[in-house]
Design a protein around this ligand. Sequence first.
Ligand code: AMP
Ligand code: SF4
Length: 470
Amino acid sequence: MLAEIKGLNEECGVFGIWGHEKAAEMTYYGLHALQHRGQDGAGVVTSDGSNLKIHKDLGLVNDVFKHANFNELQGHAAIGHVRYATQGDGGIANIQPLLFRSQTGSIALAHNGNIMNAYKLRGELEHEGSILQTTSDTEVLAHLIRRNGSANFETALMEALRSLVGAYAFLIMKENKLYIATDPRGLRPLSIGRLGDAYVVASETCAFDLIGATFEREVIPGELVMVDHNGMSARKFAEPEPRTMCAMEYVYFSRPDSDVNQVNVHASRKKMGIELAKEAPVQADVVTGVPDSSISAAIGYAEQLGLPYEIGLIKNRYVGRTFIQPSQELREQGVKLKLSPVRGIVEGKRVIMIDDSIVRGTTSKRIVRMLKEAGAAEVHVRIASPPITNPCYYGIDMSTRDELIAANYSLEGIAKLISADSLAYLSESGLERAIVHEELPNQGICKACFTGNYPVVENQGQSPVTLTIK
Ligand code: AMP
Ligand code: SF4
């Protein structure tokens, strides 16, 4: 059960819009831009001021909305979600947004992150008579709001948010209002924009660019933003803690054209490559990156060393990300399906292969073999982030510790396992330099999967390793 709950809200994307006559269509486009954040399911809930309507299903955004009747999803407001479930119940009940109807009105919820104390809260709610309909940690918020008993929804919501421990970017919609909230450390990204008179909100700013919206501001950690026909207002539901934006959003997860906490993802990845080249140069003929997420870092690495950057690997666009296949065996096949070497580029060359990260080691191992089979004389692997030695409890699928190759092998051991002629990772300080811009406000990153230093723990004072999440 615990594993199920953990798996359900991993690596998701949220989008919302208020005050637009084509709210459902705009959400559909916005979700397209966020498709990389989740490919297992998608959905939308719209409001016309008196009714909430829902359309959701398993699959990619295009598949899900192929069967949507936009005429039936009329309304001036909508929230949407793309979901990436790596374990647990992959059924439709857990696809978001979740919609709860009652005599006093409906609530729709869309969530990116992971509620660490969901299991405990579910137990308490069930003990008090709640019947939970999903295995999703997100549902807990709806029940906490209801249980509160306050006549004022805003008060009930703020109290419910205060009882959550973990990482969250929440969109909550009622018939007449949209509520937006992030956890007090702002672990997951969430930005607000404008599209004419309408307000938009999205996990990543690339969704604004696609629909022609302009960025207005980040949601401040611990803040509850409310949008209705009177416009936008905000309240603090918790004291903000020092910001710890997920570093993996920059390393791997977000799209390069997005700005996360006001820092462009491509620019930060390129800087990771530059820092990596300064820290771990190697003599070679050509630098190549693994498409798409490590191209920016490879360009930075090559530029810093004055080496040619070449396209040594081609991605087959129509195969999903490797992690979608659940078993190790299928994952390995996925890598073969996903990438092909460019023989003319690598044959007879000393190749530097840049990847953004190593989790289990599957991708690097396959790629080194692939490049060597295509005739590469040497393959030097450079990783544009530090070794991942700890699991993530904040909503990114990062395996259990025994599956993390860097938690179980030395640098030499990993190099040997993946058959690399040499291997080096970016240092923690190099990663920090690449992301954190001292001159900007509210900077600061979570690096817990690299350091084991968790910014939020379920029971303060206990080692996070003992958390009963997995
Ligand atoms: P692995 O093959 O297990 O070592 O995974 C590393 C590869 O997966 C890298 O090429 C990354 O681009 C990608 N990756 C890193 N973190 C994640 C994640 N949380 N979910 C899916 N893919 C990831
Ligand atoms: Fe991101 Fe790693 Fe922190 Fe998880 S532990 S939030 S993946 S930086």
